[in-house]
Ligand binder design. Structure first.
Ligand SMILES: [Zn+2]
Ligand SMILES: [Zn+2]
Length: 85
């Protein structure tokens, strides 16, 4: 499920051309995405893409760092996640 969503990110990456920076989570030089939870920058390999329903049928795509992805206070879907990613 998460793997399928990740493939779509390639389209997104083409639109958002950014310079590469060092990821604070894995240390790789990569195009970093800003975490929707804590605003820390996270690379494509480390980020978690999350679709969050906002109530009235609208689904908002969010990008989380590994820390926020499993924080139930930040990510409404954290409890649904398999922590063995
Ligand atoms: Zn990383
Ligand atoms: Zn975060």
């Amino acid at each position: 499920m998460i793997g399928n969503i990740d493939k779509k990110d390639k389209e997104w990456k083409i639109v958002m051309v950014q310079e590469k920076k060092k990821c604070p989570f894995c240390g790789n030089q990569a195009v970093l995405i800003t975490c929707s939870g804590c605003n820390v920058e996270v690379c494509e390999a480390c980020h978690h893409y999350e679709l969050v329903g906002s109530g009235c049928g609208t689904v908002i795509p969010l990008f989380y760092c590994p820390k926020c992805a499993f924080d139930e206070l930040i990510n409404p879907n954290a409890c649904l996640k398999d922590k063995e990613w």
